[in-house]
Design a binder for this molecule. Structure first.
Ligand code: MN
Length: 743
């Protein structure tokens, strides 16, 4: 068929290897693959080989090895058909060679062109994500998943691509290895899990662990190898009586066993705080039945009945995914039995059909779907992912969190009063249930009955619960619910409802405060409002408006505040940051501390200091400050005529200033602290900061609850060393437990 010598410019050994692997690909094709399909695969292989001619991978291998291996994974391990195999062969052609998408369309048609286009787009996003910025990555993940939502084959091929890249990761640079391994465990392994591709998921996770945590990986894999023969002997002994009994029936079956993935053993060790030796289910036994679709369910339960006659089972660990399959289509019956040796053993019972779905996931699921006519919960899941993707308010990191949650969680089946089945993530509450049915039902939720009993809103649902939601027209979502809802849908709906309510409250509160100003015959002024909010200890104007809306403010407070503003005299120190202290540069401005009064009420707004051009003040001059606006202070010489003109008109804007000499530069920073409250602690802390460490405190806030305090200090330091010393010193104060720099 091919001339073995220098095929596509390859060496003889390379050509041989390539042809062997291509023949292997042909052997993995479905039996019913037509002549036309085979010709199309050949055509794609030829085009890809030609296009990647002369290109090599990091490992030095010819580039064409990669798309060919990806195609083999698609066919052999995922069970995909011709369209996907052709797309896999072509997946890097548009990205990396002179061929265009139009070329692909002309040769292979629209469908394959659109899949290749999706794969090319994903590569672009992945490259952008290389910036290493988490939120950028999350944003790119979102784009990747949007692409996926067009045709799930895009993501299946992408998973095959990623799997091959992970298998050949050793030739990459260590930085790339880390980045690619991290992406794999954050995005691709959960995706594979969700699509039911258990083998691929496990291999991806194992490979990611191998690069992210090589010591652990090597330790566990060598322990698995060391214990292999002992384990095999144990399993054979364990199975003997089961096989004897099964052979007395007419059931056609086979039994397999394998150790679980290294990554899943590792996860168990971490979660349950166990040593390798203490994990009992490092392997699982599978009894796979050759049964017809009509009989398979009954046959599985027959096996269940037989093996539980032989050994005692643990009812807590019985998992029936035959009656209610997992959302990704997984069906199986899991039983955990107590062996004669006093060791728990997990046995999975399933039919050949169920086994294929478990191994090949989504693709196999569709192959069988026509036979049983059931609608796919996987479709529903893909829809819910689309919902997450289309939520425009979500910030990228939150999105990633939601997504990881959506990808990882297992569902439990619950029922409506009319018996309609709903799959909800484990840990869902009755409020999640309400929102899962309809947003309106959640928004007006007032209570729920589970199995006819009235329960509180935070009640966590159990498998098989029947839930009846009670509503009231006037009832509204509560912020408390956010603490316990599990589903993204409920979370987002509650946030939206609360946000709407809050916006209305803020508007109302602002109106109230505006009216107070009118009442006091004062001009309403944003800057004043901001100072007023700070004065009362609110973080921002919005909080102030909310307080007003709730009736927590009265006009007296505002009046007092406004009076204090009129009488206060500004007295500020300032210093000049210019390196040349003799010529003041008018473009320079710096922030400095307020004077030595420790004033927690002061505005946090930085003030710009501008050396005015008209008189060019220098050190030694008598100085005066003039607020050209609330945030900008012009520095003049007292005898400057321009200043005098201005001061004559706007006398209230004049403020005293003086050079601050012989002081190093200072930087504003903020530290948080926690500890046990005691008398005098505030004095001790502030004395240490201002006297011993010679630092200016700008803001000092402590909140005490039940004998413990937490708080924040804003202050000025000369440099990072100064800050570190300060933190260490504060830690030595009796009662202080934790001191840290706030970001
Ligand atoms: Mn690739």
């Amino acid at each position: 068929m091919y001339n073995m010598n220098n095929l596509f410019g390859l060496s003889e050994t390379e050509s041989k290897h390539l042809v062997n692997r291509y023949r292997y690909l042909l052997r993995t094709l479905r039996e019913n693959t037509s002549k036309e399909d085979r010709a199309l695969i050949r055509k794609a292989f030829n085009l890809a080989s030609e296009a990647h001619k002369g290109m090599r991978r990091y490992s030095g291998d010819p580039y064409i090895y990669h798309p060919l291996e990806v195609a083999i994974i698609c066919s052999e391990e995922i069970g995909l058909g011709t369209t996907s195999i052709v797309s896999a062969l072509l997946h890097d052609v548009v990205e990396d060679t002179d061929y265009t998408l139009d070329d692909i369309r002309n040769h292979f048609g629209d469908k394959i062109a659109s899949i290749v286009n999706g794969l090319t787009k994903i590569s672009d996003f992945m490259e952008m994500a290389e910036s290493n910025n988490t939120s950028a990555q999350a944003e790119n993940f979102r784009k990747i998943l949007i692409t996926m939502a067009d045709d799930v084959r895009v993501i299946l091929i992408k998973l095959a691509d990623r799997l091959h890249n992970m298998r050949t990761l050793q030739s990459m640079t260590p930085e790339k290895q880390q980045r690619i391994a991290a992406e794999t465990s954050i995005l691709f392994a959960p995706l594979a899990h969700r699509l039911g591709l258990y083998n691929i998921k496990s291999e991806l996770e194992d490979l990611a662990l191998k690069y992210n945590n090589p010591e652990t990986y090597n330790e566990i894999s060598s322990k698995i190898a060391e214990t292999a023969s002992e384990r095999d002997a144990f399993i054979k002994e364990f199975l003997k009586p089961i096989i004897e009994k099964l052979n007395q029936t007419d059931l056609k079956y086979k039994i397999t066993w394998r150790t679980k993935a290294i990554s899943s053993i590792y996860r168990k060790m971490i979660e349950k705080q166990l040593d390798f030796e203490d994990i009992y289910d490092i392997f699982a036994i599978r009894i796979i039945l050759d049964s017809t679709p009509e009989n398979e369910k009954g046959d599985c339960w027959r096996v269940y009945s037989i093996i539980t006659d032989v050994y005692t089972m643990n009812p807590e660990r019985l998992r029936d995914w035959i009656s209610v399959p997992k959302a990704n289509g997984y069906e199986s019956l899991h039983v955990t039995l107590m062996s004669d040796k006093g060791r728990w053993v997990e046995v999975q019972i399933r039919s050949e059909r169920m086994d294929e779905i478990a191994e090949k996931g989504y693709a196999a699921h569709w192959k069988y779907k026509e036979h049983n006519g059931k609608t796919s919960t996987l479709d529903e899941w893909l829809n819910s992912i689309r919902n997450i993707l289309e939520n425009p308010n979500e910030n990228a990191l939150e999105f990633l969190d939601d997504l990881r949650f959506a990808l990882f969680t297992d569902e439990i089946p619950v029922f409506t009063p009319k018996g309609k089945l709903l799959l909800l993530p484990k840990g869902s509450t009755v409020v999640d249930f309400a929102y899962a049915i309809h947003t309106d039902l959640g928004d007006h939720f007032i209570g729920a009955k589970v199995n006819h009993k009235l329960v509180p809103a935070n009640t966590i649902l159990k498998s098989g619960d029947q839930v009846d939601i009670l509503t009231s027209e006037t009832s509204r979502p509560s912020a408390e619910w956010l603490k316990f809802v599990k589903t993204t849908k409920a979370h987002n709906a509650i946030k939206t409802a609360l946000h709407k309510e809050e916006l209305a409250m803020v508007d109302y509160g602002q109106e109230i405060i505006e009216r107070m100003f009118t009442q006091l015959k004062e001009n309403y002024n944003e800057h004043l409002i901001q100072k007023f909010a700070k004065h009362l200890g609110y973080e921002n104007n919005k909080q102030l408006y909310l307080a007003a809306a709730k009736g927590l403010l009265d006009v007296k407070k505002l009046k007092q505040f406004l009076q204090s503003q009129h009488t206060s005299t500004f007295s500020r120190l300032f210093k000049h940051s210019s390196t040349n202290k003799n010529t003041a540069d008018n473009s320079q401005y710096i922030e400095i501390a307020t004077d030595d009064n420790i004033n927690a009420m002061d505005t946090n707004e930085p003030i710009k200091y501008v050396m005015s051009e008209c008189c060019d003040p220098i050190i030694g001059d008598n100085l005066i400050g003039f607020f050209s606006n609330p945030h900008t202070l012009e520095i003049h010489r007292t005898n400057c005529t321009k200043f005098q003109e201005k001061a004559a008109v706007f006398g209230n804007r004049v403020t005293k200033v003086k050079w601050e000499e012989n002081r190093p530069l200072e930087f504003k920073t903020s530290i948080g602290l926690e500890g046990r409250d005691r008398k005098g602690i505030v004095k001790d802390i502030s004395r240490l900061i201002s006297e011993e460490m010679n630092s200016n405190i700008r803001y000092f806030f402590l909140e005490v609850t039940e004998g413990t305090f937490s708080g924040e200090i804003k202050l000025y330091v000369n440099n990072i060393e100064h800050l570190k010393q300060l933190i260490e010193k504060i830690k030595t104060i009796d009662g202080v437990n934790k001191v840290y720099r706030k970001e």
